[in-house]
Design a protein around this ligand. Structure first.
Ligand code: IFM
Length: 507
C-alpha cells in the first residue's frame, strides 16, 4: 500500500512538474514537416564591395553618402561579398536551415538596364552554391530598398510605369541564372515601408515628398506619389511572378511571393471611433498591398477616401495581380496603438498618412526603451487575421527580431526573450490553423540598419567594425537559436545559460 501511494504521488509530482514546464517549453520538432528556420539579410546592408566588380550605386548608396547615416555607409558593411564562405560556415555552426538574402540589382545589371554583369552572376552563384553545399536553403529577395540610382535619375524609379518592364527583365535574369537552385523567390521587400518612407514622408531614399508632409525633399508629391509607387510596384511584382509561373516554374519547381511589413494594431481606447480607425489602419498599411494580391483591388475604404489619387486597376491588371503569389512574406516586429484622427480628413491637401486619418503611438505599456516591447501575441493575432480575412495563404515570417544598441552587451537577453516568445506564438498560431511555413529572424549579422546606419542592430552575431577583419562574435541569442535549432528543448533561461556556459551549442 505504502509503495502504491509513493508511486501515485511520484507520478502526480512528475505530471505537475511537466505541466508547469510545458507552459514555455517547445522544441524544433513541434513544428510541422517542411517548416524551415533561418535568418535574414539584404544586399546593401551586408555585402559591402559597393564599387567593386562592376556594381553601380543604388538609391541607398546615394542616401548614405549624402550623410543620412552620420557618415556611415554600406561601402564595406559586413563585407559578406568577400566573407561569404566564413558566413555560411557560421550559419552551419548555428544550425540555420535557410538564409534569406537579396540580390543587388545594380550589381547584377549595372545601372538597372542592359547587359548582365558576369561578376555579379559569379558572386551570387558562389553564395548560392556554398549555401546549398552546406544544406542551407537560399531564400532570395529581388528588391530590398536598393533601386539602381540610374533608374531613379532617368524616370523616377517606382513612380513611373517604365519600372515594370525593367524590373521584369531584371527578374528574368535572376530566374535564368539562379532559378535552377533557388526555390523561394520574393519580388519585393516591404513595399509599404519603402514607399511611405521614400515617397510620402521622405525619411528613406529616394527622399521624394512635398510640404507640409515630408521634410528635406527637393522633389516629389506626397499626395499622389505613394499611391503611384505602390501601383507600379504591385504591377512589377505581378509581371515578374507571371513570367516565373509561365516560363520557369514547371522546370524549376520553385515558389514566388512578395513581402509586406505588418504591425499588429490595437485601438488606443475602446471607443467605436478608435475601433474603426484600427480597421482603417489595417486596410491602409496592410490591405494596400494584400487586397490587390488576394482580391484584385485596393480596399474599399482606401478607394473611397483617396478618390482619384489612387490609380485604378484595369480589368487586365486586376486579373494579373490577383493571385500572383505562392506565399506572403511577413516582417513583424511590434504592436502599435491607433487613435482616430478623422479631423485630418477635412484637410484639403492630404498625403497617405492624413488619408488614413489615424494617430499612431507606441504600445502604451509603460516602456520607453530603445528595444521593442516584447509582444508576441501581436504576431499570433496578425496570423489569425490573415487566416480569417485573406484565405489563409502560405506565410513565411521573413523578419522578426529585437533591436538593441549596436555596441551593447553580447548577453542580449532581450533578444533571447523576444525570439523565444515569438517562436512560441508562431507555434500557437500554427496549432490554430495558420498556414505558416517558415521563420527567418532579422538579422543574421549586425548590419547597416536602414533607419539609423550603425546605431542600432538586430544581429545574432556582433560584427566588430573597429576590427579590420570585421570579426563576427556570437551573442547569447545566437547560442539560444542554435540550441533550439539543434533540437534541444527550450526550457528556461537558466538552462540555456548553463548549456551555453558548457560551450556546446555553436561548434
Ligand atoms: O533592417 C530593416 C530591414 O532592411 C527591413 N525591415 C526592417 C529591418 C529593421 O529595421
Amino acid at each position: 500500500m505504502l509503495l502504491l501511494m509513493l508511486r501515485v504521488s511520484f507520478f502526480l509530482c512528475f505530471l505537475l512538474i511537466k505541466l508547469s514546464l510545458c507552459a514555455d517549453k517547445y522544441s524544433r520538432d513541434d513544428f510541422p514537416p517542411g517548416f524551415v528556420f533561418g535568418a535574414s539579410s539584404s544586399a546593401y546592408q551586408v555585402e559591402g564591395a559597393a564599387d567593386q566588380d562592376g556594381r553601380t550605386p543604388s538609391i541607398l548608396d546615394t542616401y548614405a553618402h549624402a550623410g543620412n547615416y552620420d557618415g556611415a555607409t554600406g561601402d564595406v558593411a559586413c563585407d559578406q561579398y568577400h566573407k561569404y564562405k566564413e558566413d555560411v560556415q557560421l550559419m552551419v555552426d548555428t544550425g540555420l536551415e535557410a538564409y534569406r538574402f537579396s540580390i543587388s540589382w545594380s550589381r547584377l545589371i549595372p545601372n538597372g538596364r542592359g547587359p548582365v554583369n558576369p561578376k555579379g552572376v559569379q558572386y551570387y552563384n558562389n553564395l548560392i552554391d556554398e549555401l546549398i553545399t552546406h544544406g542551407i536553403e537560399p531564400h532570395v529577395t529581388l528588391h530590398h530598398s536598393d533601386l539602381p540610382q540610374a533608374l531613379d535619375d532617368e524616370y523616377g524609379g517606382w513612380v513611373s510605369r517604365k519600372i515594370v518592364k525593367d524590373f521584369t527583365t531584371y527578374a528574368d535574369a535572376c530566374f535564368k541564372n539562379f532559378g535552377d537552385r533557388v526555390l523561394h523567390w520574393t519580388t519585393m521587400n516591404e513595399p509599404n515601408v519603402f514607399i511611405l518612407g521614400g515617397y510620402d514622408v521622405g525619411f528613406l531614399p529616394p527622399q521624394r515628398c512635398s510640404a507640409p508632409f515630408g521634410v528635406n525633399c527637393s522633389r516629389g508629391n506626397s499626395s499622389t506619389e505613394p499611391y503611384m509607387a505602390a501601383h507600379y510596384t504591385l504591377l512589377a511584382h505581378a509581371s515578374a511572378a507571371r513570367l516565373y509561373k509561365k516560363m520557369y516554374q514547371d522546370k524549376q519547381h520553385g515558389y514566388i511571393g512578395i513581402n509586406v511589413f505588418a504591425y499588429w494594431f490595437v485601438p488606443l481606447t475602446k471607443t467605436i471611433e478608435d475601433e474603426l480607425a484600427t480597421q482603417r489602419a489595417m486596410d491602409f498599411y496592410f490591405g494596400w498591398v494584400l487586397n490587390p494580391l488576394v482580391f484584385g483591388d485596393y480596399p474599399d475604404v482606401m478607394k473611397k477616401i483617396v478618390g482619384s489619387r489612387i490609380p485604378v486597376f484595369t480589368s487586365l491588371e486586376s486579373r494579373i495581380v490577383k493571385g500572383s503569389f505562392d506565399f506572403i512574406g511577413l516582417n513583424y516586429y511590434n504592436i502599435l496603438n491607433i487613435k482616430d484622427y478623422s479631423s485630418t480628413l477635412k484637410m484639403e491637401t492630404r498625403d497617405f498618412m492624413a488619408d488614413s486619418a489615424i494617430k499612431i503611438s507606441p504600445l502604451d505599456n509603460g516602456t520607453t526603451t530603445f528595444e521593442y516591447p516584447i509582444t508576441p501575441w501581436g504576431l499570433q493575432e496578425l496570423l489569425e487575421y490573415i487566416k480569417e480575412n485573406y484565405g489563409n495563404p502560405p506565410i513565411y515570417i521573413h523578419e522578426n527580431g529585437q533591436r538593441t544598441r549596436r555596441n551593447s552587451s553580447l548577453e542580449d537577453w532581450g533578444r533571447v526573450k523576444f525570439l523565444q516568445g515569438h517562436i512560441q506564438s508562431l507555434l500557437e498560431a500554427i496549432r490554430n490553423g495558420s498556414n505558416s511555413r517558415g521563420y527567418l529572424t532579422w538579422s543574421f549579422l549586425d548590419s547597416l540598419e536602414l533607419l539609423d546606419g550603425y546605431e542600432s542592430s538586430y544581429g545574432l552575431y556582433y560584427v566588430d567594425l573597429e576590427d579590420p577583419d570585421l570579426k563576427r562574435q556570437p551573442k547569447l541569442s545566437a547560442h539560444w537559436y542554435s540550441h533550439f535549432l539543434k533540437r534541444k528543448n527550450v526550457i528556461n533561461f537558466d538552462e540555456v545559460l548553463t548549456s551555453i556556459s558548457n560551450g556546446y551549442d555553436i561548434q
